[in-house]
Design a protein around this ligand. Structure first.
Ligand code: SF4
Ligand code: SF4
Length: 288
């Protein structure tokens, strides 16, 4: 029996950057990477109910009951004091939503939606919920026109992807570095499985987009433009590529000191990828 509820960080009713068209996005809590450049580090861990943040809330929105932290969304002022207090990269402000809860919310926005995207954190850590949600969408007469996408770090093994392959329309996968050691330094995990995911999803025609985050002096993407282009080209030169530009707004720790990527750096990388044979490359329209 598939899991019928999820720990959710946020619902976004409309997004045009998380897959094709206008999408309802579900950000799940929890991640298996520890990216130094994470822009939402409070989405990394599940709350341990340690209680450290409870007394710091200036609006009495937090309390402890039976050793569990209770968050009152109705009095929360979104001041982020609790997030800044937490030393576990977590937040007390999460929701437990059932598949039915999510479907009820989706139906409110249905006339405006092209599809659903599950993001995170790392979406695939709650794979049984995704399976259940996507299955239900595909079997519902009023919802089955919605496309179902996953935005992922790519660490899920092929056996995991196989479980959702028949109900998932596509996936966006981040490749954060070409060299394995650089990937480990950036994320805490190796990139072998990420590359295998890209290969596997391409083979079964479920790879919607590969994403590259350009972080000057930290990633090795520009130095490996030829290797990256050959890797993608051998799978399918028509695979969509999205280049994102690093900015240090919202990041913590060492990444605060890293330089943002400039338009010029992004354009050079895009030109390199085109030169080596990739065709569909999207670059940012805004630089922070
Ligand atoms: S964001 Fe956190 S600290 Fe601020 S009001 Fe809400 S629960 Fe309290
Ligand atoms: S959000 Fe962090 S500080 Fe607050 S109870 Fe959970 S683990 Fe502790």
């Amino acid at each position: 029996m598939s899991k019928s509820w999820a720990i959710v960080n946020k619902l976004l009713p409309f997004s045009c950057v998380d897959g094709p068209g206008n999408r309802f996005v579900i950000f799940l809590q929890g991640c298996n990477f520890r990216c130094l450049n994470c822009h939402n580090p409070y989405t990394i861990s599940l709350c341990k109910d340690c209680g450290d943040c409870v007394d710091t809330c200036p609006h009495q929105a937090l309390s402890l009951k039976n050793n569990k932290v209770i968050w009152r969304a109705d009095v929360c002022q979104q001041c982020d004091t609790c997030i800044n207090t937490c030393s576990y990269n977590s937040t007390p402000m999460t929701y437990h939503y059932s598949v039915d809860d999510i479907l009820k919310t989706i139906r409110k926005y249905l006339p405006f939606l092209t599809g659903i995207t599950i993001s995170g954190g790392e979406a695939t850590l709650q794979l049984p919920f995704i399976q259940n949600l996507f299955n239900t969408i595909k079997q519902s007469d009023d919802l089955k026109h919605l496309t179902c996408f996953i935005d992922s770090n790519g660490y899920l093994a092929a056996t995991g992807w196989q479980k959702v392959a028949n109900v998932m329309d596509g996936a966006m996968i981040d490749l954060k570095a070409w060299n394995n050691q650089i990937h480990i330094n950036l994320t805490g995990r190796d990139n072998k499985r990420v590359k295998q995911t890209i290969e596997y999803l391409s083979k079964i025609n479920k790879l919607y987009e590969v994403r590259f985050l350009l972080i000057p002096k930290q990633t090795d993407l520009q130095d490996n433009a030829k290797n990256i282009a050959n890797f993608i080209k051998n799978l399918n030169p028509a695979i969509k590529i999205r280049i994102n530009a690093f900015h240090n707004h919202g990041v913590h720790g060492i990444a605060k000191t890293w330089e943002p990527a400039t338009k010029q750096q992004v354009d050079i990388f895009a030109t390199q990828l085109r030169h080596y044979g990739l065709e569909h490359i999207t670059v940012p329209t805004i630089y922070l």
